[in-house]
Design a protein around this ligand. Structure first.
Ligand SMILES: [Zn+2]
Length: 163
C-alpha cells in the first residue's frame, strides 16, 4: 500500500511575507529577509499620530490619512486626502524625520495641517485665507470670526505654538 506524501506531511499554509500593510502599502521591499522592527513600529505610530491630529483639529469629516511611505533618505511621508469642496489640496503629504520624537512629529503635523487646511488661528475652524498682494499679510474669512487680517509672522507663530 502506498501512502501519498501529502497525507504524511502536515498541511502548511502559504508563506506570508513579513510586511506591514497599511492600506495597500508594503514597507519592506525585501520581504522579511531583514525586517527592521523599529521602522515598522514607527510607521504605525506615525499613522496613529496623524489620525489623532486630525481628530484634535476636528477635521475628520473631510480629511483622512491615506498612507505612510518611506523615502530613500529615511524620511516618512504621511499622505492625506481632503474631500472638502473648498479644499486647496485634495491630496498632500507632510514629511516627518525618522529621528524626531512623537511630540516633535505631532507638532509638525499640527503646524502643516493648519497651514494646508486653512485653519482659522482664532477659533481653530476651517476658513478661507488669501495673501494680500505685496504685503506679508493674510486676509482670513472665517464663518465664526468674520473677516480679519493678520501678518504672516503672527499667523505662523500661532500655527506653531497652539497645541
Ligand atoms: Zn475663526
Amino acid at each position: 500500500m502506498q501512502i501519498s506524501r501529502e497525507s504524511q506531511t502536515p498541511r502548511v499554509g502559504p508563506r506570508i511575507p513579513h510586511c506591514l500593510v497599511i492600506g495597500q502599502l508594503c514597507y519592506f521591499r525585501d520581504h522579511g529577509q531583514r525586517v527592521n522592527i523599529m521602522i515598522r513600529i514607527e510607521a504605525l505610530q506615525l499613522q496613529r499620530l496623524a489620525a489623532e491630529t486630525l481628530r484634535h483639529l476636528s477635521v475628520v469629516d473631510t480629511v483622512q490619512v491615506t498612507e505612510v511611505r518611506e523615502l530613500t533618505d529615511g524620511m516618512w511621508m504621511v499622505g492625506f486626502e481632503d474631500r472638502a469642496p473648498y479644499t486647496r489640496f485634495p491630496g498632500f503629504e507632510i514629511g516627518i524625520q525618522q529621528d524626531w520624537s512623537p511630540e516633535h512629529a505631532a507638532q509638525e503635523l499640527r503646524f502643516e495641517l493648519r497651514n494646508k487646511l486653512w485653519i482659522c488661528p482664532l477659533c481653530q475652524r476651517r476658513a478661507q485665507m488669501r495673501r494680500i498682494v505685496d504685503l506679508e499679510m493674510f486676509r482670513i474669512e472665517c464663518e465664526h470670526c468674520g473677516r480679519f487680517e493678520m501678518d504672516a509672522e503672527r499667523l505662523e507663530h500661532l500655527r506653531r505654538s497652539l497645541e
